[in-house]
Design a protein around this ligand. Structure first.
Ligand code: GLU
Length: 457
């Protein structure tokens, strides 16, 4: 079977790492099966959907390394949904209802008190033509419910009706259609709820696998019934666990924090985000994959746990460090150039400093230190200053390379008797102004003899 998946965000906010998880599950699944990836904007809620969110979502996906084969907007596709509505109405599977929210709530309570399941009792189906006409004459517009196939002859006597699917993540699943209310597909104002447009698009776009968060598991029962009502074979389904904040709270699209955009802005590497988004909450250990291909190799939807996984920003920072510490120069080159780090020293500089950085951008201050020296004169005791000055007198002649540091400090050690921290720390402070940092053996050739002597206390 050819594979086509889709990622279907509503452009009502910025996507976060939990949304990225859904996007990446789809992307990696398509990648593994040579399939296609469709980006579908679920923007039927015209009031809350914004073009700027849609644009940013496209940018975020590109940043993560996801390149959709096709992008569609539901707001361009109302004609398809209208046609499906007509088809369902003609088949007697979509019926008008006039209940208000208060009325439904009152009925729900009555059913509960009678120990009946608190589902919609299909009272609107009992309305006569006259009763319906009277409501319309009053100017009241109906909402429309899909008649679930959970009865044999009498819709008022639903019977247990199991819908099964073999979930890509959760394994065999069963939903009883008698345990749920007929879903509202169209609101009073004619707007669509998510259920129908999603199914229509999945049919129209030839979606073979629907991979999404496990908050949609119950929807899937009704949606499978809807696929059948529209004479289409349902796709395969996979529902992955959701990510929560460390506090256990759900991640919200509306709070900008942890948005993909803000992580990118903070200098987090896309593969750190992707690795964590995909591997967290699975039986795979969480470690940084260097490329999407490497991540695809470790991706197995069936290895995903069923309970929610906690997203910890500290874990993300750790993965980021791992990636930066081993990042080849070519991968960082462009960003370094944007920081003004270029020329023939750029590569040895990068290799010298990367092991000390949390983020690529942290190379900037080190470049200034290498080129211009410490921002302020290092605070050295008079004794240490005299020691450093004497050490500088013992600097070997150029050319300098990675062996120069040892050669020099061996000489200084022999001449002064200093060793260990007492030997290295004053030199490190004089050369860099910092107590910690890259190996001095690597930095020294970058400073050069002249640059080093300019740092004489
Ligand atoms: N727009 C829906 C959501 O973001 C899509 C769900 C689905 O993938 O079917 O929850």
């Amino acid at each position: 079977m050819s594979v086509t998946v889709r990622f279907a965000p509503s452009p009502t906010g910025f996507i976060h790492i939990g949304n990225a998880r859904t996007a990446l599950f789809n992307w990696l699944f398509a990648k593994k099966h040579g399939g296609r990836f469709v980006l579908r904007f679920d923007d039927t809620d015209v009031a809350r959907s914004k073009a700027e969110y849609a644009d940013q979502i496209e940018k975020d996906l590109a940043w993560l390394g996801i390149r959709p084969d096709l992008a569609v907007r539901q707001s361009d596709r109302f004609a398809l949904y209208d046609a499906a509505v007509e088809k369902l109405k003609a088949a007697g599977l979509l019926y008008p209802c006039w209940e208000t929210a208060e009325e439904l709530e009152r009925r729900r309570k009555i059913r509960l008190s009678r120990r009946l399941p608190p589902v919609y009792g299909r009272e609107a189906l009992r309305l006569t033509q006259e009763e319906k006409a009277a409501r319309e004459a009053e100017g009241r517009r109906p909402h429309w419910r899909f008649l679930l196939p959970n009865f044999s002859d009498d819709p008022f006597s639903p019977v247990r009706t199991e819908v099964h699917w073999d979930d890509l993540v959760r394994g065999p699943q069963t939903v009883d259609l008698a345990s749920m209310s007929d879903p509202v597909l169209v609101r009073e104002d004619g707007s669509y709820l998510y259920t129908l447009p999603s199914v229509v698009d999945d049919i129209e776009l030839g979606i073979s696998h629907v991979i999404r968060g496990d908050d949609h598991v119950t929807n899937t029962g009704a949606q499978i019934a809807l696929f059948r009502a529209l004479q289409a074979a349902p796709p395969a389904f996979g529902h992955h666990n959701l990510l929560t904040a460390v506090s256990g709270e759900g991640l919200s699209k509306r709070s900008g924090a942890l948005s993909i955009m803000s992580l990118a802005g903070e200098g987090i590497e896309p593969m750190a985000v992707a690795s964590l988004a995909v591997l967290i909450g699975t039986s795979e250990s969480v470690s940084a994959a260097r490329s999407m291909d490497a991540l695809a190799e470790r991706f197995d939807p069936a290895a995903t746990s069923k309970s929610a996984a906690k997203f910890d920003p500290a874990e993300l920072a750790a993965l980021n460090r791992t990636l930066v510490h081993a990042m080849p120069f070519v991968e960082a080159e462009e960003r370094l150039a944007a920081l003004g780090i270029a020329g023939d020293k750029a590569e040895p500089f990068w290799l010298a400093v990367r092991g000390n950085l949390d983020r690529v951008a942290d190379a900037g201050p080190w470049w200034r230190i290498v080129r211009e020296g410490p921002r302020e004169k290092p605070a050295l005791s008079a004794e240490d200053a005299a020691f450093v000055s004497a050490a500088f007198d013992a600097l070997p002649p150029e050319p300098w390379d990675a062996t120069t540091w040892k050669l020099w400090t061996d000489r200084v050690k022999a001449a002064t008797g200093r060793k260990g921290r007492a030997l290295f720390m004053p030199l490190r402070l004089a050369l860099t102004g910092r107590e910690r940092g890259p190996e001095l053996a690597d930095l020294l050739p970058l400073l050069g003899r002249e640059g080093t002597l300019a740092r004489r206390p």
